[in-house]
Each structure stands twice: as structure tokens, then as C-alpha cells.
Design a protein around this ligand. Structure first.
Ligand SMILES: [Mg+2]
Ligand SMILES: [Zn+2]
Length: 524
């Protein structure tokens, strides 16, 4: 195996222009040629569904880099990275953020890092360098970005072995933003017996231009602190490599603010004055602590920074407490460990549940596949939910009427029993909808209808598009090849079974319905 075949790059993106800059810096690596380049760059477009929206901008170099684009429909960076690494077939997967830039020696340095990794090393981190403005002290936002330099196992540049990711089922998709999901993964990887190493390569992570309220917005991360605490217990701060933080002071600030309001409403002027004074003191202390390490009054940016810090220092305690309370409520009663148990199995219709007759509109012609009824009944009796996800482009092509599709589906239920959800995509491939497999829309819709996380669903189908849709949705995909299935599709699929019963056997260890409520409650 040549070094070039060693690694795949996975970049989740929400369409920021910095992606083209990153790909340009990859194309401009000092040592040119296939021997340092990745086997593939998987760009995971995680923008929410927007019909007719243009694709992500890959820039000039995107044209000749081996780029594959996967769409995940807005499920967050953890879910997007999972969809990305599950496409990879190389021993190593390198996660890069879409706003880093690679110095010219990055690829050769990466290969040196990977080659020097001992067999027990499951992941190798790159160093992150945050260029700060010269000639003045950094602002609050610049300092918080610079914190990445000391963050361990941050996925701005982090390589993992594919087997390692496989073993721990990748990122926990219950972390919805780029916060704490990297620390959680690193902790589970180490618990599985791997070690993590610091590499020699580095990337540049410029400070992104940010709106004035960015420090307020990032308080949403306190929600994820509650998730991390529910999953890792008392040692969650060690996992997150974070100190006590200011949450207790924020709580005290919110409490005295509430007391001020209560005292004013009950017309107790002295208590009102004292409580208001204490609230103002807490707020002023917070403001001063954020202002003093930053730009000096002589700096051009000072006035704006002071204004920004003043009003956000008033608002942040309330936001932090509210998000943390939401997180604690979400995690009440505990969260099950990742990966989630599988509480629903979604089946492709044609070629999987019934024999494939292209554009069939005649219920009389419906023939269930061998063992379909028995497998469905076994799942139902275990409490596992069952559903159908089917592409019916015959509707858009005018080859089928909605009434015909409905009568065929009714016949399927008559022969195979009731399904908990039906998802039908009526579109043509050129409609670029998010529901048509291999896109994830129908699986996401089915999961939502059933009240489950997509990761608590499995998808069984007979072609590559079925398992690709599963991967993009974060569900577990199983391919059951039919006569029409292509050899490459079988080679690409992670899980392949000879028949439907075999597919359920593959899932058996993770079928959760012994405690279906737990899995369902986990997704709130
Ligand atoms: Mg099919
Ligand atoms: Zn569709």
C-alpha cells in the first residue's frame, strides 16, 4: 500500500468561503504528487436542506483534488464527521475544520506523524496555531480562539485510525455543535484501550470574523457541559480539560438579579438597593476580568471592544444559566452510552421487502421477498419499530399516479403487516431534493416521526443508495444484495447480509427494544 492510500481527509462544512482556501492550501503542498495526497477528501455539506441551493464552493483546486461531497442536512459537526469517516476505506482518517489553512509541508509532516505512530496509538493530533494581530493585545474573541492552541484532541486537525473510530462508533451525535464532542470521543477512545499522541505537523487557524454577540452565542455550549457530565460523571471536567469555570458566579449573578426584581415588586426599597448593588458588582467584576487582558485604551479597537464586553457581560450570566438548565433537563435521569441501541429498522421497499418490478402500479403484482414477513414479525414482537423508506421517481416521471403508489403500499401492508412509518420520495434525481436516497431526508423524517435519534435507526436495502442514505443520516446501514446490486456497491457497504434474516442477525447485538423507552427518551 502506498502512503497516498493511507489516509482520507474529512471536512465538515456549512458552506463557509474558508473551505476553498483550505482546499487551495492542500493542493499547494510542497511535495507534489500522488504520494503525499490523501486518497480522498470527503467534504460533508451540513447545511440544512434548501431546495435549489448551490453546492459548496470548492474553489479552483476542488476540480482536481479527489473530492467526494456528502450531504447531511444540518445535523451538526459530530454527525457530519461520522458520515464522512464512514465513507473512508483508508487506515487513517484526518479531520480538518473548514476554517484551517495548511502550511506547505503539512501533508509530508502528517505522513511522518502517522508512520511514527505505535500500533496502540489510535489518534495523532496536529498542532493548532492561531495567528493574532500584531502590535496589540488580543480581544476577548481572539483570546477564546487562541485557546484552541492548548485544546487537546481538537478536531481542527486530528487523525484517527479507522478501526479506532469503528470500535467506539465515532462521535456521539448528541453533541449538536462544535463543542465537547472532540473531548468526549478522545475519552471513549482511551477507555477502549488506545492511546493518543501529539504529532509534529501544524495548521493555521485564523480568527474568524465574528458578530458582536459571539461571546453570548457560544454560551449554548453550557448545554453540552451537562451532556458531558451525564455521560462521564464527576470526572467530566477532566475529560473536557476545563477548570471550574464561572458557572457558579453566573448562578449567583442570576440569583441576585432575581432577588432585585422580587424586592422591587414587593416594595422593599432597601433590599432592592442592596440586591441591585450586589448584582452590579458581580457584573462589573465579570466585565473587568474580560476587559483587562485585552486591547489598551490607545488601541483603535478599544472602544468597540469595551462596548461589546459591557453589554455581553450583562447578558452572559443569564444565557449560561439558561442553557445549562436546558442541558440538565435534557440529561435528567441519565443518558445511555454511545452508540445508542437500535429501536427502529427502516426497510427499502422494492428489491428488499417486495420483488422489484420497476414502476409497478399494480397491487396484484406485489410479491414479498423470502422471509420478509417472518423478519418483520420478529422485530415487531421484540418492540422494534419498523418502517419503509422508498424512492418512487415513477411519480415525478409521470409513470405512476399517487393512487397507484398508495394501492401498492396498501397491498404491502396487507401482506407484510403494519409499518410504524412510511416515507415516499416522489421526486426525480434532478430535483435535488434532500429526501431521495442516497440523501438522508427520508430517514431523518422517519426518525423524527418515531421520536428517535437517527442513530437509533437501522436501514436495510438492496442498493448502494440505501446504505449511503443511512450513512448520511447517521443510521446503521445493511446491504442485502439483490440480483440488480452492483459489485462495487457490495464492496463499498460496511455491513452486508445474504438475506433479511441475516441482516437482522448483524444488528441483533444492538437491537434495543428490550428497553425501547430508554433509547427514545435519549433523543430530546
Ligand atoms: Mg431497492
Ligand atoms: Zn425527494
Amino acid at each position: 500500500m502506498s502512503p497516498a492510500q493511507d489516509y482520507t481527509i474529512v471536512v465538515p462544512t456549512i458552506g463557509r468561503p474558508s473551505l476553498a482556501v483550505l482546499l487551495t492550501s492542500l493542493a499547494a503542498q510542497e511535495v507534489h504528487g500522488a504520494h503525499v495526497m490523501p486518497q480522498e477528501v470527503v467534504v460533508v455539506d451540513d447545511r440544512p436542506a434548501a431546495p435549489g441551493a448551490p453546492g459548496v464552493d470548492l474553489g479552483q483546486s476542488g476540480a482536481w483534488l479527489p473530492v467526494r461531497i456528502v450531504r447531511t442536512g444540518g445535523r451538526g459537526p459530530a454527525a457530519a464527521r461520522n458520515a464522512g469517516w464512514r465513507c473512508a476505506r483508508t487506515p487513517w482518517v484526518v479531520f480538518l475544520d473548514d476554517d484551517v489553512q495548511l502550511p506547505p509541508s503539512w501533508a509530508p509532516d502528517l505522513l511522518a506523524d502517522l508512520r511514527s505512530a505505535a500500533p496502540r496509538v489510535g489518534g495523532v493530533q496536529g498542532r493548532i496555531v492561531v495567528p493574532l494581530p500584531p502590535g496589540r493585545r488580543p480581544t476577548d474573541w481572539e483570546r477564546s480562539t487562541a485557546g484552541l492552541e492548548s485544546a487537546r484532541w481538537a478536531t481542527a486537525d486530528m487523525a484517527y485510525r479507522r478501526v479506532t473510530l469503528e470500535q467506539v462508533s465515532g462521535f456521539d451525535e448528541r453533541f449538536p455543535r462544535a463543542y465537547r464532542e472532540d473531548a468526549d470521543l478522545a475519552a471513549r477512545v482511551r477507555r477502549a484501550g488506545w492511546t493518543l499522541a501529539q504529532g509534529e505537523r501544524h495548521v493555521l487557524h485564523p480568527v474568524r470574523p465574528a458578530a458582536d454577540d459571539v461571546s453570548l452565542r457560544v454560551q449554548a455550549g453550557t448545554f453540552d457541559d451537562a451532556t458531558l457530565r451525564a455521560l462521564h460523571g464527576r470526572r467530566w471536567r477532566t475529560v473536557a480539560q476545563t477548570g471550574r469555570g464561572r458557572l457558579r458566579l453566573h448562578l449567583a449573578t442570576v440569583a441576585v438579579a432575581a432577588l432585585t426584581v422580587a424586592a422591587a415588586l414587593t416594595r422593599r426599597p432597601r433590599l432592592t438597593a442592596v440586591a441591585a448593588w450586589v448584582w452590579a458588582a458581580f457584573t462589573a467584576d465579570f466585565f473587568v476580568r474580560r476587559l483587562t487582558p485585552g486591547p489598551r485604551p490607545a488601541d483603535e479597537v478599544f472602544a468597540r471592544e469595551a462596548r461589546r464586553l459591557a453589554w455581553t457581560s450583562v447578558a452572559i450570566p443569564f444565557a449560561a444559566v439558561a442553557h445549562r438548565a436546558r442541558g440538565e433537563w435534557n440529561a435528567r435521569g441519565g443518558l445511555p452510552p454511545w452508540p445508542l441501541p437500535i429501536d427502529a429498522v427502516l426497510f427499502d421497499r422494492d428489491g428488499t421487502l417486495i420483488e422489484d418490478i420497476p414502476y409497478n402500479g399494480d397491487p396484484e403484482a406485489v410479491r414479498p421477498t423470502e422471509g420478509a414477513r417472518a423478519v418483520l414479525d420478529a422485530l415487531r414482537s421484540r418492540g422494534v419499530l419498523v418502517g419503509v423508506v422508498t424512492n418512487q421517481s415513477g411519480l415525478c416521471r409521470g409513470l405512476l399516479t399517487a393512487a397507484q403508489v398508495q394501492s401498492v403500499n396498501a397491498e404491502v401492508e396487507a401482506r407484510l403487516g403494519p409499518f410504524d412509518t412510511w416515507q415516499v420520495c416522489p421526486h426525480c434525481p434532478e430535483d435535488e431534493c434532500l429526501c431521495r436516497k442516497p440523501r438522508p431526508g427520508m430517514i431523518l423524517a422517519a426518525a423524527q416521526e418515531l421520536g428517535l435519534a437517527p442513530a437509533a435507526c437501522a436501514v436495510v436495502g438492496d442498493i448502494g443508495a440505501d446504505v449511503e442514505a443511512a450513512r448520511a443520516a447517521g443510521a446503521v446501514g445493511v446491504l442485502v444484495p439483490a440480483p440488480a446490486t452492483r459489485t462495487e456497491e457490495v464492496a463499498e457497504a460496511e455491513l452486508v447480509a445474504a438475506d433479511l434474516a441475516g441482516a437482522i442477525d448483524l444488528l441483533a447485538a444492538r437491537l434495543g427494544a428490550a428497553s425501547p423507552e430508554l433509547g427514545r427518551a435519549a433523543w430530546r
